[in-house]
Design a protein around this ligand. Structure first.
Ligand code: SF4
Length: 305
């Protein structure tokens, strides 16, 4: 049912290159570069669907279904080889892990589940004393925004410290349906952050990203991460070199406010985890005297304390 709705929504937009390039697969996906599981998540699966990689948080992959399948997805291995999710197993695991305080509900897209299923998951997680924050990672706002209804929001807002992290890559993805869904969430008081994948030929231009981040902040969404494209199978053609990525960050930093700035991050291979990179602005240091480059490339001397 939901898939029919998704098709109607996205196919209405697919004439735009920014959509077509993200979703219409072609033979280049068969290129055998990249790896099946670029984040080495399998190594950290503790119970069905629960990944525990970092000390204070876990990821629950509650489904492998999405409203649209992105060509550059880092979990594309899960589309075929998903071993499922078991809520009871996850809850039992978390009960005994007092230092885990945050859960990211991910997938696939968690909103492919019914409201009732989402409510059950949130209810059980909220009952755990150690869980202080729950985050839902989703692409529903850009791939099937009509899925977010008032009843859905009524369920979400009942639960403790819930955040939404929405995946959006291009300003074209901000439609009137997107805005309506975001308004429903933002008006309910649930905070929203965004995650954007930097994609060659789609959004690797600071002017496109500036427009995206400006609009998101206007809609009460804080740009959180700009991710380098992971080294999953078939992703080669979307990857932007680090040097160019940092140049984009530098140009953004000089042009837009801190509120609109995400962090640039990517995942290291072999399970090395997420790393945040910043353009290097310190050119030289002699004792407490720094030579620093500003966003325009001009040099300044700064006397530290
Ligand atoms: S919506 Fe997310 S999980 Fe689904 S295919 Fe796209 S990137 Fe992958």
């Amino acid at each position: 049912m939901e898939f029919v709705k998704f098709n109607t929504y996205l196919t209405g937009l697919i004439h735009k290159n920014s959509f077509k390039k993200q979703f219409v697969f072609n033979l280049t996906e068969l290129v055998r570069s990249g790896v099946q599981d670029p984040l080495d998540e399998e190594k950290h699966i503790k119970t069905k669907g629960l990944i525990h990689r970092y000390p204070d948080r876990v990821v629950l992959t509650v489904t492998n279904r999405c409203f649209a399948y992105c060509r550059f997805c880092f979990r594309k291995n899960n589309w075929k080889n998903f071993s499922g999710f078991e809520l009871d197993g996850a809850i039992n695991y978390l009960k005994n892990k007092k230092h885990v305080r945050e859960v990211l509900i991910s997938g696939g897209d968690p909103f492919t589940l019914s409201d009732k299923q989402i409510d059950d998951i949130l209810f059980q997680l909220s009952n755990l004393n150690n869980i202080e924050v729950i985050r839902i990672g989703t692409r529903v706002f850009t791939s099937n925004p009509k899925r977010i209804k008032k009843e859905t929001v009524d369920i979400l807002k009942k639960h403790k410290s819930l955040w939404l992290a929405i995946h959006i890559n291009h300003p074209d993805e901000i439609t009137k349906e997107f805005k309506k869904a975001v308004d429903l969430i933002a008006n309910s008081g649930i905070p929203i952050v965004s995650q954007t994948v930097l994609l060659k030929g789609i959004n690797d231009d600071h002017r496109i990203l500036k427009k995206l981040f400006y609009t998101l902040v206007k809609l009460r969404i804080k740009p959180y991460y700009l991710f380098g494209c992971d080294q999953a199978l078939g992703n080669e053609k979307f990857r932007v070199p680090i040097e160019k990525s940092l140049d984009i960050m530098r140009k953004l930093r000089g042009n837009i406010s801190g509120l609109c700035m995400p962090s640039y991050a990517f995942d290291l291979p072999n399970g090395g985890g997420k790393i945040i990179l910043e353009p290097q602005n310190i050119l030289e240091r002699k004792k407490n005297i720094y030579r620093i480059k500003n966003f325009e490339g001009k040099e300044f001397v700064y006397n530290d304390i």
